[in-house]
Design a protein around this ligand. Structure first.
Ligand code: ZN
Length: 80
């Protein structure tokens, strides 16, 4: 189970794309990506990640990953 929202199994892809608790950190990033690359809207999560890594988005992607893990960490600490 996902520790954050209690739904599904927590995997990295799930955390990045699906977890409800992290949507505030995800939304602005995905919006920005979607406005640059509208085709990402219809991609599945794995294709999406591959796409980001192949299109000079690696810096943005890395930054986003960092933000997501930060956000997740904050949520974990809050629960303790
Ligand atoms: Zn979750």
């Amino acid at each position: 189970m996902c520790e954050q929202c209690g739904k599904g199994v927590e995997t990295e892809t799930r955390m990045l794309f699906k977890c409800d608790k992290l949507k505030d950190t995800r939304k602005p990033y995905l919006k920005q990506i979607e406005s640059k690359f509208p085709e990402t809207k219809t991609m599945n999560d794995c294709a999406h990640i591959k796409f980001l890594l192949q299109h000079d988005q690696i810096k943005e992607f890395a930054k986003w990953l960092e933000d997501m893990f930060e956000h997740r960490k904050r949520l974990l600490y809050k629960k303790v």
